[in-house]
Write a protein that binds this ligand. Structure first.
Ligand code: SF4
Length: 748
């Protein structure tokens, strides 16, 4: 007996509010403590989102029955979210792809033949070898929903293959805004010690890249009396928990930030000493802010001038104060500039790198333990798909790793046409957990391992300056057939056995193991770049470079504990070092103001409403088709303000057509005052369309719960990405994923 849905809710954070307590699929479940007798825990870390929380897989015999937070982790401190707990569903999902398959019909016809891994590797390696022989490694493209160890080493070894890193793309504009500001990536607000927090559109009570660690610290800060002010067009969980919610007009955050800055300077509350010592901003340049008054911003943002003045004063006088910037603010066409404008507030009050303020990023950089091939891989953004469509480039091998571009790309219908067209994509490989829309067009389908079956390593610094290393190790023994990469006789002959512990369910394989095996088969320089037998051996070489860990037992210690905290505070903690040409923070006001970063949203008589696309904790492709998650979140209603609903003669539950200049979709209506009247909202939707658990359709399987699925409906959930035009931030390079102007019509 495993963890019940009730336990799932108990263990999850309060941030996943909105769940109701009910027995799983109508069955009563025994108490949590009783269920857990006689179990053992294997420490690892969760990679369902980039927070990388320390967790423990709880096993009864050889079966994983629960996942809990690892209290030794200085980042999440034993906390875990609903997605982390539900990763167990992902492991035992009866709809998982478990064997390699090769297309036998026309592309997209849906006919495949099960093949051995040996045949799959032969297919892959011979195609790669052919492309390399012709001297065009750039015709090899990897589209990565997740980044995994050793992949970049592999791409470098291929001599210049191209990759799209979707996790990084989500922040590319925010990263660029910060890089221009202080020469480094995104900063971290020190929420546990701050006393006044301005939140520009983030939703840390429900979701976010550093979710559990961040909300734990924010709650601590709030318990210590920190005031939280949220600007968001929608009443998010965080807005609802804030001291003040200001429903700002979408895309106008830069105007608000400028007016706050103007008000701080006009009231003489700026920190002149900090500005002079650490920034390139001259006192006289601040006069440029004069026209951007709170009264000017009121008309643009919808926030009262008197509130802007008061907040500017409180933010400056309550020390320490800090800011949070959400993805909906930076994932726009002027996202990098908006980010940079908001960051100006930090320098005006001098809260950079102080306790409770805004901290420069503290990434640990270690040298590769083994000789590496020269860095030749090429990072691309989503415009690569436009280039394929316009025939500015072609690919002879497109490898989708846990990425479903048809579902995720703005202009997904065009992406479908690209993938279908063999003159644009000669060979399509999908390595995934499920049969996604994009995988259904693949020539070769490979079963991917879930993170609980994989090796990995992460090194991080907490906002408190603790440097630590976490190990991701497989928590389960194989339950299905052991995965044989090659026929047995070859393995025996070469004395190279696939380690039993690494062989996951069915024949699913970790991407890093795939890279190692492919390198062996490609031979030559590629093989030379992989002088190890498996990912575990490679990670052991990394760890051998850390004397304090070796002293404790190295990899064996990490296998037991999961976490190693370095016995010193980070050497880079709160250091006032900025990687700009002058070594000072740069906020070129002339350049910023000229670019008018507040002008991003233009409604018109054809498209009079602005749709905002928001994230939900439980709606993520990273935990797709998990039954507990699907039971909680299986619909995606369009949020509409009562005034708008009245104007459009729409009632709760009606279906409407939502149309933008890029596409259209149908959605059910939910009427709420938690949204601005001229704004509507849909959640991001990452659910694979072909899976019956996601769709709530009953079926027989090894899991009896699949006969109890109850939420199946006739309609597919709305995927708002279909409405997004392909628009890039010219500065940051990221695509607009945050919203678009739409018209709404009642159906019927
Ligand atoms: S926040 Fe949740 S999903 Fe993300 S790493 Fe932590 S437990 Fe996993």
């Amino acid at each position: 007996m495993g963890i019940s849905r009730r336990d799932f809710l108990k263990v999850g954070l309060a941030g996943v509010a909105g769940f109701y307590l009910a027995p799983a699929f109508g069955r009563p479940m025994p108490p949590f403590n009783e269920v857990r007798k006689g179990m053992r825990g294997i420490p690892t870390f969760c990679t369902i989102c980039p927070a990388h929380c320390g967790i423990k897989g709880i096993l009864k015999g050889e079966r994983l029955v629960a996942i809990e937070g690892n209290p030794d982790s200085p980042n999440n401190m034993g906390g875990i979210c609903a997605k982390g707990i539900a990763a167990i569903n992902q492991l035992y999902d009866p709809e998982r792809l478990l064997y390699p398959m090769k297309r036998v019909g026309e592309r997209g016809e849906g006919k495949w033949r099960r093949i051995s891994w040996d045949e799959a590797f032969w297919e892959l390696s011979s195609r790669l070898a052919d492309i390399l022989k012709n001297g065009h490694p750039e015709e090899i493209i990897f589209d990565l929903g997740f980044s995994e160890p050793l992949l970049l080493r592999f791409l470098n070894a291929l001599g210049g293959a191209v990759y799209i890193d979707r996790a990084a793309l989500a922040h590319i504009n925010a990263d660029e805004g910060h890089r221009l500001f202080w020469g480094k990536g995104r900063g971290v607000p020190d929420l546990a010690h701050s006393r006044y927090i301005l939140n520009f559109g983030a939703n840390p009570y429900e979701t976010g890249d550093e979710y559990v660690g961040m909300i734990t610290r924010l709650i601590k800060g709030r318990e210590n009396g920190a005031k939280l002010i949220t600007f968001d067009p929608r009443l998010s969980y965080t807005a609802g928990k804030s001291d003040e919610w200001h429903p700002i007009k979408p895309g106008t955050d830069a105007a608000l930030a400028l007016a706050l800055a103007q008000s701080i300077v006009a009231q003489g509350l700026h920190d002149r000493t900090f500005l002079e010592k650490w920034t390139e901003v001259q006192e006289e340049q601040l006069r440029l802010l004069s026209p951007f008054t709170p009264e000017w911003a009121e008309g643009i943002t919808g926030i009262k001038a008197s509130d802007i003045k008061r907040i500017a004063s409180e933010f400056s006088k309550t020390k320490p104060s800090t800011i949070i910037i959400g993805g909906g603010v930076s994932q726009r066409q002027k996202g990098a500039l908006t980010t940079r404008t908001i960051l100006l507030l930090n320098v005006l009050v001098g809260n950079i790198n102080v306790k409770g303020g805004y901290l420069a990023p503290q990434q640990i950089k270690w040298e590769e333990p083994l000789p590496s091939p020269p860095e030749r891989n090429k990072k691309a953004n989503l415009s690569l798909y436009s280039a394929l469509r316009e025939e500015k480039r072609r690919t002879r091998l497109l490898f989708l790793y846990r990425s479903d571009p048809i579902h995720l790309n703005p202009g997904g219908i065009e992406t479908k046409e690209i993938l279908r067209d063999e003159s644009k994509v000669s060979y399509l490989i999908a390595m995934d957990l499920h049969m996604t829309q994009s995988a259904s067009l693949a020539d070769l389908i490979l079963p991917a391992a879930v993170p609980l079956e994989c090796w990995g390593l992460t090194a991080r610094v907490t906002p408190e300056g603790k440097e630590f290393i976490s190990l991701r190790q497989p928590v389960v023994h194989p339950l299905g057939e052991p995965a044989l990469l090659r026929p047995k006789e070859i393995i025996t002959k070469r004395k190279r056995e696939f380690p039993l512990r690494m062989a996951p369910l069915g024949e699913a394989l970790a991407l890093s193991e795939l890279c190692i095996e492919l390198a062996q088969r490609l031979g030559g320089k590629v093989k030379e770049s992989f002088p190890f037998q498996g990912t575990e051996e490679y990670l052991a070489q990394w760890l051998a470079k850390i004397p304090s860990l070796q002293h404790k037992g190295g990899l064996s210690y990490l296998k037991k504990k999961g976490i190693f905290i370095l016995p010193r505070l980070s050497t880079i903690f709160r250091k006032m070092e900025f990687s700009t040409p002058t070594g000072k923070i740069r906020v070129p006001l002339v350049e910023l103001l000229r670019a008018e970063p507040w002008r991003q949203v233009r409604t018109s008589s054809s498209f009079p409403y602005h749709l905002v696309i928001y994230g939900r904790s439980v709606s993520s492709g990273r935990i797709s088709n998990a039954k507990w998650i699907a039971e909680i979140a299986h619909d995606n209603p369009l949020l509409i303000h009562p005034e708008t609903a009245k104007k459009l003669k729409i009632k709760e539950g009606d279906r409407v057509q939502v149309r933008s200049r890029a596409g259209e979709l149908d959605a059910e209506v939910k009427i709420t005052e938690g949204i601005r009247p001229e704004t509507v909202a849909l959640a991001k939707d990452f659910t694979p369309q072909g899976c019956r658990i996601t769709q709530g359709k009953k079926f027989k399987s090894s899991d009896p719960d699949t006969q109890l699925l109850w939420w199946g409906g006739e309609k597919e959930t709305a995927n708002p990405v279909l409405l997004l035009p392909q628009e890039h931030d010219p500065l940051g390079g990221g695509m607009n994923l945050a919203g678009v102007e739409v018209e709404i019509k009642k159906i019927g």
